[in-house]
Design a protein around this ligand. Structure first.
Ligand code: ZN
Length: 259
């Protein structure tokens, strides 16, 4: 599913629309806030931001929020910056479109400047979204915010990493990845992490997220989807990886070096 890394890749590809004026919008009313298609035409796109997994298209009118759910993906002028997502089929049908936006630097014929396609329709298109429930963005994590996220939570550290109100932007793949790199077992109670372990986790997030971003997203880690499904030996110590349910999600981890 799209994580903060995928949202950041889409945000960057949408930056080319800054300075364009929205001329026409089509929105699937089942997935979009009411009035989306009526409120946006005429607005000038002034910036494209991201918080956690949410992309925000700022205009001189309302702000458009793109929430990708399990299978949402973005195309810009008919080109998808990310072709294959974990869990996604790789198919692309027009009937799965939830949003199409045309701007003044192109005709109103296809392809639109922005297209949001979401087969499972768990994503959302929102107007002026309230994001106050989201925690610190994953790219802004520091020791203090990690301490605040973990110190009063007894739930497994993996569940806390996935809790968007604690840290916004990590999904299942990246959470497993940074725990693997920091040597912390996913089921450890969050408030049991020592200062050293918290520092290792912050360092893993700061180091690995930009690397995975450059490589193409959340599927580009050591614990790639292929490695996860094979559950073979750990790349670090050769111990067979384990698959466990932690916080309702499948955690892939190494009992050899993650404690
Ligand atoms: Zn290992």
């Amino acid at each position: 599913m799209p994580e903060g890394l995928e949202a950041e890749i889409w945000r960057r590809s949408l930056e080319r629309l800054v300075g364009s004026r929205i001329t026409d919008v089509w929105a699937d009313e089942r997935s979009a806030d009411s009035g989306t298609s009526a409120m946006l035409p005429g607005s000038l796109i002034t910036g494209v931001e991201r918080l956690g997994k949410v992309v925000l298209i700022a205009t001189d009118g309302p702000t458009l929020g793109l929430h990708f759910g399990m299978t949402g993906r973005v195309e810009v002028y008919g080109v998808g910056p990310i072709d294959q997502l974990e869990y996604a089929s790789g198919r692309d049908l027009a009937e799965w479109d939830r949003l199409r936006v045309w701007v003044d630097d192109a005709s109103t014929s296809d392809p639109p400047a922005l297209r949001l396609n979401d087969p499972r329709r768990l994503g959302r298109v929102s107007i002026d979204p309230d994001l106050t429930h989201l925690g610190v963005d994953v790219f802004a994590i520091d020791p203090l915010s990690m301490q605040q996220a973990t110190q009063s939570r007894r739930s497994p550290i993996k569940a806390v990493l996935l809790d968007q109100s604690a840290i916004a932007g990590l999904g299942n793949l990246c959470a497993d990845e940074v725990l693997w790199w920091s040597g912390i077992a996913p089921q450890r109670p969050a408030n049991s992490l020592t200062d050293t372990e918290q520092a290792a986790l912050v360092a893993a997030i700061r180091q690995r997220m930009p690397i995975m971003l450059r490589r193409g997203g959340s599927t580009m880690g050591v614990l790639s989807p292929d490695v996860r499904s094979a559950a073979g030996p750990c790349q670090l110590d050769g111990v067979v990886l384990e698959r466990s349910k932690v916080g309702g999600r499948t955690a892939v981890w190494c009992p050899g070096h993650q404690h």
